[in-house]
Design a protein around this ligand. Structure first.
Ligand code: CP3
Length: 358
């Protein structure tokens, strides 16, 4: 495969991009966070043979699992490149392992602010070119069926994993750093922001057609803390990506920010320059629309646990959700990632119902 050929097949289904830009759509676009994941037996088959990060680092494997949900579900309107937010800490020189049943583990997390200077910012994006290759390969193999989404973790979420050494119930260590070492925290958040901007632009150069920024740990922040450690960096990322795309004469792409648990700061999120705001399931669609106004697209937000209900119950809940969001400036999704035990037919019920709604 020649990864320099960026002459991609024409896009046949642009509902997602139209919705992000506020244009009319024939049907509400739908995709699902973690749609390429453990609920799919074909994904489990690949994982049985290959380690998680080997799949991420091998463009052919990453492409294959990215395409799996599209083969099974006719009504998906987007794909998201198979990777992980934690490839950035890896590119900065940290070791990250994926332990089955436990999730990501950093054997040597950041234990002292002095260790920030040991992170290898130089060349970080060149160590992530495998993600770009996976994107380029997938853009060819997807044959223009649906757009391909690129993504990153947001600085605060990545910093939390780097300090805690994995997922955390209460972010105790990170919050201690916020109090004791505010300067170092902002230094680290700025470093991550610079790498993220270059990383996202590289993804666009490789063929990503929309970018999503995951601030998955916003649920640990108050409104005040969100304004201090999340919002300014999210804005810097949006502005920085737009500027670099312009300088490189690439085509601008819409961007989405998904701050899980960020319902306390939707008004702030609406000022950051993102075309789309992702909502978790605790946010009321009608209230969210009132807060953000009419010039932003909303994405979400069925409770992933609802996919354990019967297909008819899922259909009713989904129709109700679409009715509340309305049919313009809306992208249907779950309020967080699909979980591993979800029955396969629940995805059919969910995606069919979204398209039935219009
Ligand atoms: O959405 C997709 O289909 C694309 C792939 C994708 C993965 N991770 C694959 C994955 C995306 C977009 C992510 C993002 C990600 N990774 C986030 C942000 C989204 C969110 O869920 O809030 C976060 C916080 C991570 C870090 C991470 N990776 C965790 C906490 C875990 C363990 C939890 C779990 O679900 O197991 C992972 C592992 C992971 N990332 C898996 C997949 C398919 C499962 C691991 C496996 O296959 O063994």
């Amino acid at each position: 495969m020649n990864f320099t050929n960026k002459n991609f097949p024409a896009l046949k289904n642009d509902r997602l991009l139209r919705a992000a830009r506020g244009q009319e759509v024939d049907k509400v676009p739908v995709w699902v966070m973690r749609q390429a994941g453990r609920y799919l037996p074909e994904f489990q088959e690949v994982r049985a043979k290959h380690d998680f990060f080997t799949v991420c680092r091998t463009p052919e494997l990453a492409c294959e699992v990215t395409l799996q949900p599209l083969r099974r579900y006719d009504h998906l309107d987007a794909s998201i490149i198979f990777s992980d937010i934690l490839v950035i800490p890896q590119a900065l020189g940290m070791t990250v392992e994926m332990h089955p049943g436990k999730g990501p583990v950093f054997p040597n997390p950041l234990n002292d602010p002095m260790e920030i200077d040991g992170l290898k910012e130089d060349g970080a994006v060149s160590r992530l070119l495998y993600v770009g290759d996976a994107i380029t390969l997938t853009r060819h193999k997807i044959e223009g069926k649906v757009p391909l989404i690129g993504f990153t973790g947001a600085p605060f979420t990545l910093m939390g994993y780097m300090i805690e050494g994995g997922g955390s119930q209460n972010m105790q260590k990170t919050k201690e750093w916020l109090t004791k070492f505010p300067k170092d925290v902002h230094k680290l958040l700025s470093l991550l922001t610079r790498v993220i901007i270059d990383y996202l632009v590289m993804q666009v150069d490789s063929g990503a057609q929309l970018l999503q920024v995951f601030e998955s740990s916003a649920d640990h922040l108050t409104r005040e803390m969100f304004a201090e450690v999340s919002a300014p960096y999210l804005k810097e990322i949006r502005d920085g990506v737009r500027k670099q795309i312009e300088e490189k004469k690439l085509e601008q792409v819409p961007m989405t920010v998904f701050a899980k648990g960020g319902g306390h700061s939707l008004d702030v999120q609406a000022t950051l320059g993102y075309e789309t705001l992702g909502l978790d399931w605790t946010v009321d669609p009608v209230e969210a629309r009132k807060i953000v106004g009419d010039n932003i697209t909303l994405q979400g937000n069925l409770d992933p646990q609802d996919l354990y209900k019967t297909p008819e119950e899922i259909r009713q809940l989904t129709l109700d959700m679409v009715r509340k969001f309305g049919k313009t400036r809306y992208v249907a999704n779950l309020g967080h990632g699909i979980t591993p035990q979800t029955p396969l037919e629940s995805m059919t019920a969910f995606t069919d119902a979204v398209h039935e709604a219009l």
